[in-house]
Design a protein around this ligand. Sequence first.
Ligand code: GRG
Length: 281
Amino acid sequence: METVLARTLPSADIAPRRLHQAMRYAVLGGGKRVRPLLAFAAGEVAAAHEDRLEIVASAVELIHAYSLVHDDLPCMDDDVLRRGRPTVHIEFDQATALLVGDSLQSLAFQLLAQYPLAIDPQQQLEMVTLLAVAAGSRGMAGGQAIDLASVGQSLTLPELEFMHIHKTGALIRSSVMLGALCGQLTEKEMAQLDHFAKCIGLAFQVVDDVLDAEASTATLGKTAGKDAQQNKPTYVSLLGTTQAKTLAESLRQDALDALVGFGQTAQRLRELADFIVLRPF
Ligand code: GRG
């Protein structure tokens, strides 16, 4: 994935050099690559070709990287540390960070449009639509809008879940679905993967909330304790740490149950469900 992303991003020697340098800084500076891994793992279940998986895995990671760059801006989460390094607007400047996000988003859709991902062109268009919806106002960007509006507010558990299904879950779900759509699965199998993805998408956020409350800045590579500091409603603030961990574990179990019948081809997906819930950072 590192090699694929490094060759997909415009070279830092090509004009505009500062923008390209910043794009590479944003994407290539670490990160767990959970979304690409999920795309590859779902592709394995669907016997998808690796060339196609590289494209969709890159596209979801580029969207993810763009969202982090914009999220860190002073007008949003206002953070100075990401993946153990200064955030893009600190290392470069705010205008560059804005353009990095814009350009990464465009590049993601360019990849999905430019390379063959399905024999049926209609299916490829559906894949483009899937990512567009997941990233847009009915998905990640919409979830971010709710998140910003909820600072200092008290949300109910269903409201918190609605926010996270959009902000974090939508892109995670699209990673799984796009990987699967690169290959062949029955409708029933796609529905199983969809359910798996929804469960781990939410589990990811529950764990993220627990880590924000419990882990150190050094371990996370981003400022810890920000949720409480910003008075944000989280699974920890609503449920407490112990119940939040129980919820994450029960979502992991639901995710694993959704994979029943897939056998060995879904082993990587099972391992990723374990990683998402048991990860230390
Ligand atoms: C700005 C449109 C827009 C959206 C931002 C994803 C997001 C929405 C904001 C990020 C803020 C945040 C901490 C969300 C919680 C879950 C999350 C996405 C954490 C970061 O993802 P990881 O842990 O990061 O996969 P790495 O660095 O490993 O890639």
